[in-house]
Design a protein around this ligand. Structure first.
Ligand SMILES: Nc1ncnc2c1ncn2[C@@H]1O[C@H](COP(=O)(O)OP(=O)(O)OP(=O)(O)O)[C@@H](O)[C@H]1O
Ligand SMILES: [Mg+2]
Length: 300
């Protein structure tokens, strides 16, 4: 059996005597082992390693605007419907992560960056969590609409601090609602807030150029038309997440209902689907139906 990419990264870090990075890769290797055979060993080692370096504990100067999630524990894959389109792009992202690690061995910087675009509620943010789950890496989530600082220059500093932290931890890094700050500079009118927006956009570009090969970068927007062209160019994969078609929505609903242990008739499922335009709508309608059923049981 050949070494996995994470095992190779672990060995390389040990060879370079970079024990901090080695410990982080050791945690990733533990997360990748889902056999019962080594379950106790993995659990014990993970506890020890995480005491030494906890990638989910954020430094105090960034924890107000970034969240760190352990997707291996928090993401419920049994409720996630992976369409063929998203399956294909996820495979590509994972392959590029391997390519990036090989290039790192050759000391060639490489950015594995994907921009997800599409209307609200089609599952862009959820897909980011799925990639973290699939890769076994920590999920760092930065919502650009919450990082705006009222002090001039403050936002750029905050962004730089976040990228600095991310560069030290192999991870899936998600920049959500990227349009809220990386607006096209050509549309700027030259007033104070436009100048601040330009400064932030330039900071983001500079930071994107310094990303580590160990970062899987994802960004999401429902306004791709608004994003600065130079920022757009830095994403090698641009993937539109589309609303599911009727068959896919049916399968998605079935996947969800099976996992929650609820059985709806086909007619009821069809009604839910006819009232929902996208992924988010299907889940929300299904939850409303389940809630109504629980309520009626309670009232009987
Ligand atoms: N493929 C999927 N499988 C299961 N549930 C999904 C899927 N896609 C979306 N959902 C459901 O829809 C909800 C909304 O999805 P999400 O927040 O990822 O959409 P979005 O595209 O990021 O929307 P926005 O542009 O408004 O941020 C999720 O919380 C989840 O319940
Ligand atoms: Mg979203």
């Amino acid at each position: 059996m050949s070494l996995t990419e994470s095992q190779k990264s672990l060995i390389l870090s040990v060879a370079k005597n970079d024990m901090e990075t080695a410990k982080k890769w050791a945690v990733v290797c533990c997360d990748e082992d889902n056999t019962q055979k080594s379950a106790y060993f993995v659990k014990d080692c993970k506890e020890l390693l995480q005491k030494a370096t906890n990638p989910f504990e954020l430094p105090s100067d960034i924890k107000n605007f970034v969240t760190a999630e352990n997707a291996s524990e928090m993401f419920n894959a049994n409720r996630y419907y992976l369409s063929e389109r998203e399956h294909d792009v996820s495979e590509r992202i994972m392959k590029m992560a391997k390519v990036a690690r090989r290039l790192k061995e050759m000391i060639i910087p490489y950015r594995n960056a994907t921009l997800l675009f599409g209307e609200s509620g089609v599952g862009k943010t959820t897909f980011g969590r799925y990639i973290a789950y699939k890769s076994g890496l920590p999920f760092y989530y930065l919502n650009f609409s919450t990082i705006i600082d009222s002090y001039m220059g403050g936002t750029s500093k905050n962004i730089a601090k976040v990228f600095e932290f991310v560069a030290q931890n192999p991870c899936v890094f998600m920049l959500d609602e990227i349009d809220s700050i990386c607006e096209s500079r050509s549309s700027a009118s030259g007033n104070g807030s436009d100048k601040e927006n330009n400064r932030i956009t330039v900071t983001v570009m500079q930071e994107l150029d310094k990303l580590s090969n160990d970062t899987i970068l994802l960004a999401a927007t429902n306004r791709i038309d608004r994003i600065d062209k130079a920022v757009l160019r830095r994403f090698s994969i641009k993937h539109e997440v589309k609303p599911l078609n009727d068959d896919e929505k049916f399968e998605m609903l079935d996947t969800f209902l099976k996992d929650v242990g609820v059985d709806f008739s086909d007619t009821r499922k069809k009604t839910i689907l006819s009232e929902s335009t996208n992924q988010s709508g299907v889940i929300n309608r299904a939850v409303e139906e389940i809630a109504a059923e629980i309520l009626s049981d309670l009232e009987q």
